[in-house]
Each structure stands twice: as structure tokens, then as C-alpha cells.
Design a protein around this ligand. Structure first.
Ligand code: ATP
Ligand code: MG
Length: 400
């Protein structure tokens, strides 16, 4: 244990180090700044979104343990906004400052197979799955599970990348299976039986080193092409389901002895059963609306948890929704770049704009989001979707 690793809270004026300077790191840094902390991030991209709001940016890859040690040296506590940090980098940083969440939990979560086995072993509800390491095993697993399946790489996937689907157009063909093997990167992975989804929800839970735990009200999430499209807090589900989902998240946080944040993505199947899809030990896209919906945003809660401050209240102050803005909105039909009509979107009551200052738009790249409050979850969603439509209204009107 280093000298800095005292059991006292890490107070404003101290420095928080973050592995990753994407939008999640950026928004955490903004919340930390608001509370008077200094921030250093480590990211391979010198123009990462956090770059513009932090004190220092260390340009390094996730497996650069020398620079990870430097991040630890510069910080009073280190946290992360991305799962792909190499174990050696986590250890290197941990020689100089507490790293929250810790390397052991990250090692389990960053491997889909380990994560699913951990959940099953600890009695948490998960759908049917089979781990695979070869094309032959993939084929056998698809046969065993039968019907529609998702094939996912063990490591590195996000926003539906590193995934293939089979059996959605009748029995899985050899060609489909082959494509799925390539989609998951021709390496270790997992085959999951496709759940008949009633809806998707998530719960953000925070736990501090002193053992305090707080789970947020669940969010309802709508995906398109396996990417989160919009999300609303609180999820309009029964009180019983809200309670059940929050209890699952709290139990996972306690079992892991989590220090920081953990997002628990869940499926609700047609029989109303909750099944855990996956875990993310960091702020999560489905809780961006917590900035508007809850007493304490997920980003401030992240800071409070890793600094061992009292956790903030998670009660809902107003229903709020977000819709993601992908790079596609910046790209006109002829391939040229255009600026979405933010002025038109901001005319919708209750709507705010959040951009991540990513310099280049790309199809499928998350560039920002819109948020909206409303008297009900339905109104918040309606407003935010209406605002998004306005971003490209002019372009949608055929030119005379
Ligand atoms: N077994 C399944 N049954 C039904 N739908 C699924 C299943 N697995 C994935 N999906 C759908 O695909 C989406 C993305 O899957 P998953 O969360 O595993 O991918 P990811 O790439 O890690 O995504 P992200 O990083 O955006 O959370 C899910 O939210 C869900 O809509
Ligand atoms: Mg997911």
C-alpha cells in the first residue's frame, strides 16, 4: 500500500487520474472540476474529448505501463472510463495511488466469458450462453442453443462491434456461422441465446471504499442496430421491477466489493423476468440523463465514490431522457460534412445540447447527445426525439 492510500476521503484540490479521455472521462472531469478537483487523463488520442477540460493529458496506449505509472504518480486516486486497460497498467498505477475500481474486478469484467461465469457462479440471473474458442466450438454451441443467437467476442467489443447474429432468417447456415466467427474476431467468445425482449433497462450503482452503496432508479433503454438510441430515467416499469433491478445491482456491487460505479445492463424477457446482459464498471451512456433526472449525476457520483466522499442522493427530481447524436447526422447524402441544426432542436422546451468536441464525425461515432426533461418519462422521450428530428429538418425538405 502506498503512502497516499490512506483511509481518509480524497478532498477537493486533490488530483483525480482517469484511464480514458472519451466522452465519459470528459463528463466525469467536468463534474470533478465543478467540485474543485484537478484532473489528469491518459488516452492514446491527443485530441480526445476530455483534452479540453483537464489539467493534463498523457498520450499513451492502454498497455503502456510506464505511462500508467506516471498517471498514478500524478494522481491522488485513479479511476477509469473504459474497460480495456491492461492488467499491468492497472498494477503500475496502483503502485502510486489507489485505483478504483480495482484491477481484479476489471479483469473479470473485461472478459465477457469471465464476466458471465462470475455472474452465474454467484447466483445472478443470466440467459443461456456457451463459451467458444474455435469455429468448430462456435458451430456446436449454435446447434446446442438452437434458434437465434448472438455471437460476441470475449474482449474489446462495444456498441455492437465484435458481434454477429445467426439464425434470425431461419436455421443458421454455414455461411452465417462463418461470418459470425469473423465478426467476433476469430478468437475466444461467447454464444448467447437471443432473448425475446420485452424491454431493456439498466441500473447504475455506486459503492464507496467505506462500503456505502446507492443504486439509481432504473433507466429504460432503446437500441437500434445494437447501439443505444435513447434512454429515459426513471424507466416506466412497475415499482416491483424497479426494486428488483436495484437490489440485483446492489448485490453485485457488494459481491465485487466495488469501489466506484457499475452499470448493470438488463433484459426483461416476455415473461417479465430480469436477466443480466452485461456489466460496465464506469459511467454509462444510459445514465447521461441522470444529469437532469437525479439529485446527483452519475459523473458527480463517480467522483464521490472514488474519492470516498458520502454518496449523493439518487432520487428523481424530474423525468429526463437523452438521445444519442451519431456522426451520421454530420454527414450529408453526398458525403460532405454539414452542421446539424442545433438552433432548431433547442427550440423544443426542456431540451439541452451536450457535445463532446470530437473533431471528426464518423458514421456510428457518438458525437454528443440531446437531453430533455418532461412531466413524465413519455413526455421527456417525446421532446428529445422531436428535437433530434429537427436537427436535419432542412436537409429532409427536397430542394426545388
Ligand atoms: N442475448 C441477447 N438477446 C437479445 N438481444 C441482445 C442479446 N445480446 C445483445 N442484444 C442486443 O444488442 C445490444 C448490444 O449488445 P451488448 O450490450 O452485448 O453489446 P455491446 O457491444 O457491449 O454494447 P454496448 O457497449 O453498447 O453496451 C443489446 O443492448 C441488445 O439490444
Ligand atoms: Mg451493452
Amino acid at each position: 500500500m502506498s503512502a497516499k492510500q490512506a483511509a481518509r476521503p480524497i478532498l477537493p484540490g486533490s488530483t483525480i487520474g482517469i484511464f480514458g479521455g472519451g466522452q465519459l472521462g470528459r463528463m466525469t472531469a467536468m463534474a470533478a472540476r465543478a467540485m474543485g478537483y484537478r484532473i489528469v487523463v491518459l488516452d492514446p488520442d491527443p485530441a480526445c474529448p476530455a483534452r479540453f477540460v483537464v489539467d493534463e493529458c498523457i498520450e499513451a496506449t492502454w498497455n503502456d505501463s510506464i505511462e500508467a505509472a506516471n498517471l498514478g504518480r500524478a494522481s491522488d486516486v485513479v479511476t477509469l472510463e473504459i474497460e480495456q486497460i491492461a492488467p499491468a497498467s492497472m498494477e503500475a498505477a496502483a503502485s502510486f495511488a489507489p485505483v478504483r475500481p480495482g484491477g481484479q474486478m476489471l479483469a473479470i469484467i473485461q472478459d465477457r466469458v469471465e464476466q458471465k461465469n462470475w455472474l452465474r457462479r454467484n447466483g445472478f440471473p443470466v440467459g443461456d450462453f456457451v463459451a467458444v474458442r474455435s469455429l468448430e466450438q462456435l458451430e456446436a454451441a449454435i446447434k446446442q442453443l438452437g434458434g437465434r443467437c448472438f455471437c460476441k467476442s470475449a474482449t474489446g467489443g462495444y456498441d455492437g462491434r465484435g458481434q454477429g447474429k445467426v439464425g434470425f432468417r431461419g436455421e443458421a447456415t454455414r455461411e452465417e456461422i462463418h461470418d459470425a466467427w469473423e465478426a467476433l474476431g476469430c478468437g475466444p467468445g461467447v454464444v448467447e441465446k437471443a432473448i425475446e425482449l420485452e424491454r431493456e433497462i439498466s441500473v447504475m450503482v455506486a459503492r464507496s471504499p467505506n462500503g456505502e452503496v446507492k443504486a439509481y432508479p432504473a433507466a429504460l433503454n432503446h437500441h437500434e442496430h445494437q447501439i443505444l438510441e435513447w434512454s429515459v430515467i426513471p424507466a416506466p416499469v412497475s415499482d416491483e421491477m424497479q426494486q428488483q433491478a436495484r437490489t440485483i445491482a446492489e448485490e453485485i456491487a457488494d459481491t465485487f466489493q466495488l469501489e466506484g460505479l457499475l452499470a448493470v445492463e438488463m433484459f426483461v424477457d416476455r415473461d417479465g423476468r430480469l436477466l443480466i446482459n452485461e456489466l460496465a464498471p464506469r459511467p454509462h451512456n444510459s445514465y447521461h440523463a441522470s444529469e437532469r433526472a437525479c439529485q446527483t449525476s452519475q459523473f458527480e457520483q463517480h467522483v464521490r465514490a472514488v474519492c470516498d466522499l458520502p454518496l449523493g442522493d439518487v432520487d428523481v427530481v424530474s423525468p429526463a431522457a437523452i438521445v444519442n447524436l451519431l456522426g451520421d447526422l454530420w454527414i450529408a447524402e453526398d458525403g460532405s460534412e454539414r452542421m446539424p441544426e442545433f438552433d432548431a432542436a433547442l427550440n423544443v422546451p426542456g431540451v439541452r445540447l451536450h457535445l463532446y468536441e470530437k473533431l471528426r464525425p464518423r458514421k456510428g461515432r457518438k458525437m454528443g447527445h440531446l437531453s430533455a426533461t418532461g412531466a413524465s418519462a413519455e413526455e421527456a422521450v417525446d421532446r428529445v426525439l422531436r428535437a433530434k428530428q429537427r436537427l436535419v429538418m432542412e436537409a429532409a425538405i427536397p430542394q426545388a
